[in-house]
Design a protein around this ligand. Structure first.
Ligand SMILES: NC(=O)c1ccc[n+]([C@@H]2O[C@H](COP(=O)([O-])OP(=O)(O)OC[C@H]3O[C@@H](n4cnc5c(N)ncnc54)[C@H](O)[C@@H]3O)[C@@H](O)[C@H]2O)c1
Length: 258
């Protein structure tokens, strides 16, 4: 399939936090399989390089770029470098982090860190990308949020929930303002997905098998999703197949939001 032939995709957080395949890495690989040139941005140079080497080994086209996207000048620098080589057809925003706890348990520095990664970096990148897309009169933005941006889960991680809800609202605001300019913005809301991110960030102390079983029990389909299932939905939203779709919050959750 060549749904993205000739398209250039900025993949923010296209590495993986640990061994295996996360949501960002899967999306980068699928865009490349569909013919896109993928600009893989990650603050971890090895993680970005690994994704690029997988894509190149499959005969695809990708470029690694190291940046901490919570820094406005680094987000702008990444966009400027990508624009120097052509346009940007798709911004795929995958960054996300979390800290467990309610408002009382969450330290101010953790609150700020989670908002920097989940929301502020998305703002910096969107702000850098949108003028170029507007000049072209086209573009698609896809933000990876979470079901936690809509509703409570089994425990509170309020900084995550609040920052993802704000990300969703930002995306919908962009969608409304830029609809008449040919630019679409949509949001993917994964439920529990089996990725290295979960063992590394969400529950580093848990037994991996018990954790996986407990997460699967939350889902009506009785299993966790895969990063490929999240990526497929994101690609649909970024593609011309979704040309009349903007501002949607699309759960990819095995029925968990029902
Ligand atoms: N796995 C799940 O169950 C689940 C559920 C809901 C939502 N999500 C969302 O999926 C996304 C995570 O997907 P993943 O599996 O690819 O995660 P991941 O942690 O494996 O990959 C994210 C990449 O982003 C990079 N990164 C982090 N901060 C950065 C920064 N400031 N600048 C540049 N790069 C940075 C990391 O180095 C990492 O390589 C998050 O948005 C998360 O909220 C995951």
């Amino acid at each position: 399939m060549t749904r993205f032939a000739g398209r250039r995709v900025l993949l923010a957080g296209g590495g993986s936090i640990g061994p295996g395949v996360g949501n960002g890495k899967a999306a980068a690989i699928l865009y490349a399989r569909e013919g896109a040139e993928v600009f893989v941005i990650d603050r971890n140079p090895d993680a970005a390089a690994e994704t690029v080497s997988i894509i190149e080994a499959e005969g695809g086209r990708a470029l690694a770029h190291t940046a901490d996207l919570t820094r406005p000048e680094e987000a702008q620098g990444a966009v400027t470098r990508m624009l120097a080589g052509g346009g940007i057809d798709v911004l795929h925003y995958n960054l996300g982090t979390s800290v467990k706890g309610g408002v009382v348990e969450t330290a101010p520095e953790d609150w700020t860190r989670v908002f920097d990664v989940n929301l502020n970096a998305a703002y910096h990148l969107s702000r850098a990308v949108l003028p170029a897309m507007e000049a072209e009169g086209k573009g698609a933005l896809v933000y990876v949020s979470s079901l936690a941006g809509l509703r409570s889960g089994p425990y509170s991680y309020v900084a995550y929930e609040a920052s993802k809800a704000a990300l969703q609202r930002m995306a919908q605001s962009i969608a409304r303002v830029y609809a008449e300019k040919g630019i679409r913005a949509n949001v993917v809301l994964p439920g529990p997905i089996d990725t290295p991110h979960v063992t590394a960030i969400v529950a580093p102390d848990a037994d991996p098998e018990e954790l996986a079983a407990a997460r699967a029990r939350l889902v009506p389909m009785g299993r966790q999703g895969t990063p490929w299932e999240v990526a497929e939905v994101a690609l649909f939203l970024a593609s011309d197949a979704a040309s009349f779709v903007t501002g949607v919050l699309l759960p990819v959750d095995g029925g968990m939001s029902l």
